[in-house]
Design a protein. Structure first.
Length: 184
């Protein structure tokens, strides 16, 4: 009996540290995803009028400070009866900081912009509208504000550069106000 007790105490003292170990996590989070919509105001660089429109965006942050963003903007000339608009599709990296409920960020985007010209500018014979697509670069800054765990508010400023737009390119600036659903 003494040998069994000593053997048990010896084994218990050797394996005691194993009894206090923590369990391995069974699931880890791959990243942070949010999807939202925006109301946009733009200085289009085509006319002096302000364009208004809407947009959609999605962000996926795969590290605490690094992520990727995809955006869509539809900007219309509200005073035009000719259907003038700018439409953009963009994607690119973003760098994020975190301060309590605020998450300011900077982004660099590549994309494609479509401009719908008025009929008089697109065809000298007065024919149909023309919409032409151009490659573009954009840079921007903004902040997301965590209103609730699943709801973020956003303010974003973006400056675009459309290459090849006659005569010297197009450089619209866009101010966006948005709301997003944050998946967690």
């Amino acid at each position: 009996m003494l040998i069994k007790t000593l053997t048990f105490l010896c084994l218990a003292s050797c394996t005691g540290s194993q009894l206090y170990s923590q369990a391995s996590p069974t699931a880890t989070r791959i990243g942070d995803l949010q999807v939202g919509g925006t109301f946009n105001l733009a200085s289009p660089d085509y006319t002096l009028r302000t364009f208004k429109g809407f947009g959609a965006y999605a962000t996926f942050d795969f590290k605490r400070h690094f992520g990727v963003e995809a955006e869509f903007h539809q900007l219309n000339d509200p005073n035009s009866t000719e259907g003038i608009y700018e439409r953009t599709y963009e994607i690119g990296p973003r760098y994020i900081l975190h301060f309590n409920r605020f998450s300011p960020y900077a982004k660099f985007m590549l994309g494609r912009g479509v401009f719908n010209f008025p009929p008089a500018a697109s065809n000298s014979t007065g024919g149909a509208e023309a919409n032409l697509a151009y490659n573009m670069l954009a840079g921007g800054i903004g902040t997301d504000y965590r209103l609730r765990p699943s709801i973020n508010l956003r303010v974003d400023f973006e400056s675009q550069r459309w290459g090849g737009f006659p005569p010297h390119g197009l450089t619209p600036n866009i101010l966006s106000f948005g709301v997003a659903y944050h998946f967690h």
